[in-house]
Design a protein around this ligand. Structure first.
Ligand code: ADP
Ligand code: MG
Length: 148
């Protein structure tokens, strides 16, 4: 999942929104950690549960990574405006955990990643991912870099 995050980072640019779906322990934060490495941003990516959103500035000249745990956002992602982040979302790569029902209204352009533990597999480390690109941004995007 870390490796996938690193490769996915190569496809991303400012303004992109990723929505990560999967049960607790699925690997959403682990994937985001790989993204942080690939985007070369500052700070350790950890679960943002107690801060709602954490901004990781770029160590180079790339976009910052904004890591959101939408679980405690009552309304939609527009509530993020009230969080006083010192970056603007259109200038950032925004990754949202637990965003179902909250981010869809905000933008038609988003990459949805559904993470499931592979059922019937005895190896607890195996994850099955469904990646769906929505909107103009993603409809023609080449996601082959994500395959092995
Ligand atoms: N293939 C895998 N991908 C991601 N995490 C894995 C994998 N196999 C085992 N794990 C473990 O599962 C847990 C995933 O936790 P985390 O990324 O915080 O999940 P989430 O953010 O979805 O709740 C970690 O303890 C990690 O070590
Ligand atoms: Mg998490």
């Amino acid at each position: 999942m870390l490796d996938l995050g690193r490769r996915l980072a190569g496809l991303l640019r400012a303004g992109d929104l990723l929505m990560l779906t999967g049960e607790l322990g699925a690997g959403k934060t682990t994937l985001t950690r790989g993204l942080g490495e690939g985007l070369n941003v500052r700070g350790a990516v950890t679960s943002p549960t107690f801060v709602i959103a954490r901004v990781h500035p770029s160590l180079g000249d790339g976009p910052p990574l904004v890591h959101v745990d939408a679980y405690r956002l009552g309304g939609g992602l527009d509530e993020m405006e009230d969080l006083d982040l010192d970056v603007s979302l259109p200038d950032s790569v925004v990754v949202v955990e637990w965003g179902e029902g909250k981010v869809e209204e905000l933008t038609e352009d988003r990459l949805q990643i559904l993470i499931a533990r592979a059922t019937g597999d005895t190896d607890d480390d195996v994850r099955r991912l469904t990646v769906t690109g929505l909107g103009d941004r993603w409809v023609r995007a080449d996601l082959d870099a994500l395959k092995r």
